[in-house]
Design a protein around this ligand. Structure first.
Ligand SMILES: C[S@@+](CC[C@H](N)C(=O)[O-])C[C@H]1O[C@@H](n2cnc3c(N)ncnc32)[C@H](O)[C@@H]1O
Length: 311
């Protein structure tokens, strides 16, 4: 459940963090992100990840180890989602028919605002080309298509064929919008092909977050933008704790209304151990992006990051 934030539409708010490659890079500079959190709460405010042990010095997840953390332990963030891609795709295939209705329920209909904020952060103009990765049912891709207009181009990709089928069905009228099944970590497109790249609520599903950003940066021309919209830990931390407790319980409950309890249990799990916004800045910078910054939406339950491909 995500709580409304009346400031969501104010795009040009002060930027909370800014970094360039000159002063924040690479995995060995990652901090744990856990230092200011209460016992039992991960950097995302949720329960410790049951299936990934993380090396705090490097931030790299040991995905081979299934470790159950003791109650009250504070794990560091992980470098990627430990759930295999095939399982992730199968799960999203399963929920594709109900995905939009669930989103509206879980976000009180605010997800549209956040996507518009993401589109604005791309700085795209009419006629530009953009790729939307992990596009789901194509809501962000459709908003991008409106932005670039009929002479622009939007390529939207997703690992789950069921999502691509839904997206195609829902967006037949947008000639500038093409949907394809593809893995975010291996986009079959040339370098520098797009003016911007976006990923919305998809990053936390990837097996390697930094590799995800590297691939987005690869396909964007120098000076173009990479924009990431993702769930995050709300502040202050007491609120984060409450939020994640509610999210962990309510997502499977809401999912069961649509006969998808198991799939919607994955949702809060995918957020466990996910880097906090500051760590994500470092991840993006480590992937070679510059002028990386973010702003929080929905009282911090959502973070909007943006970076620029080095000219
Ligand atoms: C929570 S949905 C977000 C969908 C959409 N971007 C939105 O804003 O509603 C996450 C999407 O990521 C996709 N996904 C997961 N792993 C992926 C990967 N490795 N490559 C491409 N898409 C992936 C899933 O299939 C799913 O459609």
């Amino acid at each position: 459940m995500i709580v409304p934030d009346s400031r969501d539409e104010t795009i040009e708010q002060p930027i909370e963090r800014q970094m360039t490659t000159s002063h924040a890079t690479m995995a060995d500079e990652r901090d744990t992100g856990a230092q200011d959190l209460p016992p039992g709460v991960t950097p995302t405010g949720d329960a410790p990840p049951p299936d990934a042990q993380v090396d705090g010095a490097t931030g790299s997840a040991d995905r081979s180890a299934a470790v159950s953390m003791p109650e009250g332990a504070v794990p560091t963030s992980r470098a990627g989602n430990p759930v295999p891609g095939a399982e992730v795709a199968a799960m999203f295939d399963d929920i594709a028919p109900v995905y939009d209705r669930m989103n509206t329920l879980m976000t009180f209909g605010l997800d549209g605002r956040w996507r518009r904020a993401a589109v604005q952060a791309t700085h795209l103009s009419a006629g530009d080309a953009v790729i939307d990765v992990a596009c789901g049912t194509g809501k962000l891709a459709a908003t991008l298509a409106e932005r670039v207009g009929p002479f622009g181009r939007v390529l939207a990709v997703d690992l789950a064929p069921g999502m691509i089928a839904e997206a195609t069905e829902q967006n037949r009228d947008l000639v500038q919008l093409e949907f394809r099944v593809a893995d975010a970590l291996a986009l079959a497109v040339p370098d520098d092909a797009f003016d911007a790249a976006t990923i919305a609520f998809g990053l936390r599903n990837l097996p390697d977050y930094e590799a995800g950003f590297r691939e987005l940066a690869r396909v964007v021309r120098p000076g173009g933008r990479v924009v990431c919209l993702e769930l995050s830990v709300p502040r202050p931390r007491v609120w984060g704790r409450i939020y994640h407790g509610v999210f962990r319980r309510s997502a499977p409950l809401l999912g069961s209304m649509f006969g998808r309890r198991d799939a919607y249990s994955y949702l809060p799990q995918s957020l466990e151990g996910f880097p906090n916004p500051d760590e994500l800045v470092r991840t993006m910078t480590g992937a070679g992006l510059v002028d990386v910054s973010y702003r929080r939406l929905a009282l911090g339950a959502v973070a909007l990051h943006r970076g620029t491909v080095l000219s």
